[in-house]
Design a protein around this ligand. Structure first.
Ligand code: KG4
Ligand code: ZN
Length: 355
């Protein structure tokens, strides 16, 4: 079964075609990132307008490798129905509905958060993905870390997701982003925090900074990153009162932030693995691109003697390939007329509105 998927939840316009939920045939992506850089964050109206300009060219590029009659190769259309920015979501959802109607092909709505998990099911000629010979065994414990979500999920089977823990305030990605902004790094901040942290030399640096690890000892599996952001701000301000902020200080601060965030994420996942029996550990979401997190996640998998799954870096951040994979394994078909974009879905919400 070949699925064409559309993902337009934020500032990426993405279309991909995937065979049987695992084989990536085409994966095309346009981003309006350049526009948002000057504002230091995504401007929703501008993102929506760019989605409108990009969707048909991206669709055309994604279909091109399928030959002269590409729609004949497609068995179903999938689309992200939420969560995300409403203006952006609408462009993808309405395009998918139009395709489903015009081509008379089934429409499958996908929850974007569930989609992220399925990046771990994809294989392709990409050597980065070679270790994903077989998909994760279920039940799996999932650490989902994106710009707006930090969740620990027990994936009992396809379509059955139990939320074990979540953030009580900010997401891990948001914490990286807000702190990166304070350091005057370019948007998107997360990857720049990672690059800056690499410049810190623990042995040689004059700065031995310490940030809190919020809720690390709490009995539940929830997170809280808002206080960490404040502690980061205070550390920055107290240094600024003493001296000019140097690059060495910034690197030390970025390093400690990355350590604090990843320590808490991995510690809670470890607690989840002690409490729930699972057959594998899955990492996903934009923050899963962070190499320090990937390293700590691998170490945990060894400690827990559980196989681990981490998507190739380019499949961690938003794309349509994982939406197609998720659609294949969760084929809840919807009538195009009934589907509505829903910006407020959580990991356990059904993707389609059957009203
Ligand atoms: O999943 P995603 O692409 O979009 C959402 O669905 O939110 O995640 C974006 C988030 C941003 O907060 C971004 O700063 C963060 O992922 N991110 C990273 C890295 N790459 C992306 N955070 C830390 N290190 C990275 N290398
Ligand atoms: Zn995402």
């Amino acid at each position: 079964m070949t699925i064409l998927a559309i993902e337009t939840s934020c500032d990426e316009t993405a279309v991909a075609v995937v065979e049987n939920g695992r084989k990536l045939l085409t994966n095309v992506l346009a981003t309006s990132l350049d526009i948002h850089v000057k504002y230091g964050g995504v401007v929703p109206d501008m993102a929506a307008r760019e989605q409108l300009l990009s969707i048909l060219p991206v669709l055309k590029d994604a279909l091109a490798p399928l030959g002269p009659n590409p729609f004949e190769e497609i068995d179903a259309i999938a689309v992200t129905s939420g969560p995300g920015l409403i203006g952006s979501l609408l462009i993808g959802v309405e395009t998918a509905k139009a395709l489903s109607f015009a081509l008379n092909k089934p429409l499958i709505a996908v929850n974007h958060l569930v989609g992220h998990i399925y990046a771990n099911w994809l294989t392709s000629g990409n050597p980065d993905l070679a270790y994903h010979k077989s998909p994760p065994s279920l039940p799996a414990l999932v650490l989902l870390v994106s710009g707006n979500h930090s969740d620990i999920v027990l994936m009992a089977s396809h379509g059955k997701y139990v939320a074990l823990g979540s953030t009580l305030d900010d997401a891990a990605g948001e914490c990286f982003d807000k702190c990166g902004r304070l350091l005057d790094l370019p948007y998107p901040y997360g990857p720049y925090i990672e690059q800056l942290a690499l410049k810190h030399d623990t042995a040689k640096s004059e700065f031995k900074l310490k940030l809190p690890r919020p809720l690390i000892h709490s009995r539940d599996l929830n997170f809280s990153f808002s206080g960490l952001k404040t502690a980061f701000l205070y550390l920055y301000k107290s240094q600024a009162e003493k001296a000019e902020i140097s690059e060495t200080f910034k690197a030390a601060l970025a390093f400690e932030l990355q350590e604090a965030v990843t320590d808490v994420l991995i510690s809670k996942l470890s607690k989840a693995a002690d409490l729930h029996s699972a057959k594998s550990l899955i990492l996903c979401g934009g923050v899963a691109a962070n190499k320090r997190l990937r390293e700590k996640f691998q170490n945990l998998s060894q400690k827990q003697s559980l196989p681990h799954f981490i998507p190739a870096i380019k499949l961690c951040t938003d794309n349509a390939a994982y939406i197609a994979a998720a659609a294949y394994f969760n084929q809840t078909k919807t009538v195009w007329r009934d589907l509505k974009a829903n910006p407020a879905l959580s990991i356990t919400s059904p993707a389609a509105n059957f009203a």
